[in-house]
Design a protein around this ligand. Structure first.
Ligand code: SAH
Length: 383
């Protein structure tokens, strides 16, 4: 593990958190909105395109580097369109630099994290949609602390733009320089921050200079299964990939592992998923964290196989990344292999997710949780 340039955390920040939304940023607005704002500031409308080309086209986030803008104009536009939203607290690299994790402090002191993953054929970023999360899944580090607040559209987009810039600098050896994939699998429940997440997706897929120009098919929204929001997403003119965090095929266990199941049951959430698949033509990714002696029994593999056989679905088994202090562990490999075998035997396409970034607390709020422990002497002592 390598620690990259580090800006030390200031102590006492958590107490100062006010959970306030950040100032407006150009990524909150579509191009027409930016043009209207620029005109309001008394600048010619073409400046909106110019500044957007810097941000989305060249991945330049620092107004000081936008030297083709006259200084006074730059200052005026930067003030209203390019406030600094993310302050890097820590950047970590592992897997020989192919995985990089960034921990950010937001303007109100909230901490969120993103991960950049390089593969031979693609570059993926995993981004956060909320500071904390209100879904309370007991195996997830983010779920333990509860929800602080929704991220703004621009706070979501800026994570991707920042890390696209890191990739473009050639930092991820052996991978393409261009960001191609975005997954909403960082902190938070994206569909609980629906309007801002959908606006962020629109920015990610709009061609430059309005947006980042990614393919809709290369964007994955992962959800605990908020049924009305899944149905609403299906009715947008977007066909992003839906990932459903199922984690159990039966209501008894899923009520515990994904507490929102107490509201929308397995049958109901799968129904919504199949409607999503039918409307968009996109295969739904069924996420299943393999937890030793909890959800990894052969009978549960068979039940899951029966629920998914013949559907437009793919199972993504995730070896559990045990969170500090948790009573749960990952399933042993032979158990995992048997689970995969049974699903495939049922005709269900199944893969096991690679364990990228394990040594840098790569999963789900663990870096932010570690940072909180580092800077809070009370919890640090007991950790
Ligand atoms: N709230 C969304 C997205 C965030 S988490 C959701 O629940 O889908 C992305 C995925 O990582 C989810 O499937 C989540 O259940 C899973 N996850 C969370 N904590 C984990 C852990 N400790 N080990 C393995 N997977 C975990």
């Amino acid at each position: 593990m390598t620690t990259l340039p580090l800006i030390p955390a200031t102590s006492g920040a958590p107490a100062a958190r006010r959970a306030a939304m950040p100032p407006q940023h150009l990524a909150d607005l579509d191009l027409a909105g930016r043009q209207a704002l620029v005109a309001e500031l008394g600048e010619p409308a073409f400046r909106a395109k110019q500044i957007s080309t810097h941000y989305f086209g060249r991945l330049v986030r620092d107004p000081q580097l936008m030297t083709d803008l006259p200084a006074a104009t730059r200052a005026r536009l930067a003030d209203r369109l390019l406030p600094s939203l993310l302050t890097p607290v820590r950047e970590l690299a592992c897997d020989d630099g192919a995985t990089r994790k960034a921990l950010w402090r937001l303007h109100d002191g909230s901490l969120v994290e993103s991960v950049l993953m390089g593969y031979p054929d693609r570059v993926t970023v995993c981004i956060s949609s909320q500071a904390g999360c209100g879904m309370a899944c007991p195996f997830c580090a983010t779920g333990q602390a509860g929800l602080t607040r929704n991220l703004s559209t621009a706070e979501i987009v800026d994570q991707a733009v920042y890390l696209a810039g890191v990739a473009a600098s050639g930092a991820v050896a052996g991978s393409p320089a261009r960001l191609s994939h975005v997954v909403f699998m960082g902190m938070g429940e994206p569909l609980a921050n629906y309007a801002r997440v959908v606006a962020a997706i629109r920015r990610l897929v709009a061609p430059a200079p309005e947006g980042l120009g990614l393919s809709q098919r290369h964007i994955t929204v992962s959800t605990v299964g908020l049924v009305p929001a899944i149905r609403r997403l299906a009715s947008e003119d977007l066909s992003v990939t839906l990932a459903l965090s199922l984690h159990a095929p039966d209501d008894d266990l899923r009520d515990e592992l994904v507490p929102v199941n107490q509201r929308w049951k397995v049958a109901e959430v799968l129904d919504a998923a199949w409607d999503y698949a039918a409307r968009t033509g996109r295969r739904v990714s069924i996420e299943y964290a393999m937890i030793k002696n909890v959800n990894d029994q052969p009978w549960r593999a068979d039940l899951l196989g029966r629920l998914l056989a013949g559907k437009l679905a793919h199972v993504n088994l995730i070896p559990l990344n045990p969170t500090p202090g948790s009573r749960w562990d990952a399933s042993p490999k032979p158990v995992e292999r048997e689970f995969v075998r049974r699903l495939r035997e049922a005709g269900v396409s199944t893969t096991v997710r690679d364990t990228r970034g394990r040594e840098i607390d790569g999963a789900c709020g663990q870096l932010a949780a570690a940072e909180d422990r580092d800077i809070d002497p009370a919890t640090a002592a007991s950790a």
